[in-house]
Design a binder for this molecule. Structure first.
Ligand code: HEM
Length: 402
């Protein structure tokens, strides 16, 4: 059986035929791995490929823990136990009640009001990013356009000063590009992570001493009932935002552009009517996060299989988003698709993407800016993909801007 977390099988993108066959014949399937090969004593994992089963696991965080194992498949390779424990400070890897408490605090930065408050600033940013890129005839869409807005959005949200943004971006990049040296991946992804963590903790200490009118100050200032984030908790929160908010949204934008430019009718339709449904279809189609995992806390059954306590369960969003039981013609990219109950932001459980509305806003703003300012954009070559079984990521996308 093929290891579905192996980067090799993703070199041309999500292996849709393989997943379709699994959804048909083995929707919850045990994938053996060499014992200890992923840094744990596990002998393998359950691959969950159907939409309904991914939803069921996501909704039941009592039976399927995020804490018992780390959520980030790629990080597990060769990582000593103490480093894995570090990841447990990250929201994504917590279980209730700790998760519920932390999420309630950080959610204050992501209220619809807070996100809407960023709209004007981000719209201006999006327009400027597109304008700057459009000065050249050709370029790399990923580095010149798709990368910029997600970083700026998080930096804006957190109040990171302009002069520090480049560093934050580089730390984030090298944490993620770990398997792919060409991508600037650090030999040890913990190094840039520690840099970013240190930076964020300093920022938090600074705001604790001298509060300002920004989300960092809100999160680290003591409140009634003592509900706040300590500087180190804040540091880990920034760490996850840099990974969860930056790389994912960038890839949604790159996949969206590729899909639109490969289908001139869809690009023409977008430019003409700007349907709001386009954003979610872009996230479904691109599925920037291919897989997350949970660990069973008790014996249970799923999709007709007996799952034992302690078994790892991998949720393949890249498969669930193309499940023909849920989506008509899932292999058709359709910017008017509605309803679109995709799982690109995770299932609707406790860990549902905190930044989903921010990501939607960014995608909406950037494609509108592109449609306004560079309607003639076209592909200048094939995409180059990141070597990863976890992220569905495009490293470079050559385009003609006019
Ligand atoms: C969680 C995808 C953008 C912050 C998640 C999860 C997925 C995801 C699949 C896990 C859900 C689960 O385990 O059930 C995406 C995609 C994005 C995106 C595809 C862009 C298109 C963002 C942005 C931010 C963000 C912009 C913040 C700036 C988070 C956080 C979590 C999360 C903090 C953890 C939530 C928790 O554990 O409670 N995201 N995300 N994401 N995302 Fe996103």
């Amino acid at each position: 059986m093929i290891d579905l977390t192996d980067p090799e099988i993703y070199v041309h993108g999500i292996p849709h035929e393989q997943f379709a066959e699994m959804r048909r014949n083995a929707p919850v399937c045990w994938i053996p791995q060499a014992r200890g090969s992923a840094g744990f004593d596990d002998e393998g994992y359950w691959a969950v490929t159907r939409h309904a089963d991914v939803m069921a696991v996501s909704r039941d965080s009592e039976t399927f823990s995020s804490w018992e194992n780390t959520a980030i498949v790629r990080f597990q390779a060769d990582m000593p136990r103490d480093r894995i424990d570090m990841q447990r400070y990250v929201l994504l890897n917590m279980d209730p009640p700790q998760h519920t408490q932390q999420r309630a605090i950080v959610s204050r930065g992501f209220t619809p009001r807070a996100i809407n408050g960023l709209r004007a600033a981000l719209a201006t940013r999006a327009e400027r990013i597109v304008q700057d890129a459009g000065r050249g005839d050709t370029g790399d869409f990923v580095t010149e356009i798709a990368c910029e807005l997600p970083l700026q959005a998080i930096a804006e949200l957190l109040g990171v000063p302009q002069e520090d943004r480049k560093n934050v971006f580089e730390w984030s990049n090298s944490m993620i590009g770990y398997d792919d040296p060409e991508y600037g991946g650090a030999a040890d992804p913990l190094e840039p992570a520690m840099e970013l963590l240190g930076y964020a903790m300093t920022m938090a200490q600074d705001r604790q001493a001298c509060p300002r009118d920004d989300i960092v100050s809100t999160l680290v200032q003591a409140e009634i009932g003592g509900e706040h984030l300590s500087p180190d908790e804040f540091g880990f929160f920034v760490l996850i935002l840099a990974v969860a908010g930056n790389e994912t949204t960038r890839n949604a934008i790159s996949h969206g552009m590729l899909a639109l430019l490969e289908r001139p009718d869809q690009w023409a339709a977008f430019k003409q009517s700007r349907p709001r449904t386009a954003v979610d279809e872009i996230v479904r189609w691109g599925t920037p996060v291919n897989v997350f995992q949970r660990t069973a806390t008790r014996d249970t059954s799923l999709g007709g299989q007996q799952i034992r306590q302690g078994d790892r369960v991998a949720l393949f969003y890249g498969s669930a988003n193309f499940d023909e039981d849920v989506f008509d013609h899932p292999d058709r990219f359709d910017i008017t698709r509605s309803p679109n109950p995709h799982l690109g932001f995770g299932g609707s459980g406790a860990h549902f993407c905190l930044g989903a509305n921010l990501a939607r806003l960014e995608i909406d703003l950037i494609f509108n800016a592109i449609a306004d300012q560079m309607p003639e954009i076209s592909l200048a070559g094939p995409p180059e993909r990141l070597r990863s079984g976890w992220l569905n990521s495009i490293k470079h996308l050559p385009v003609h801007y006019r």
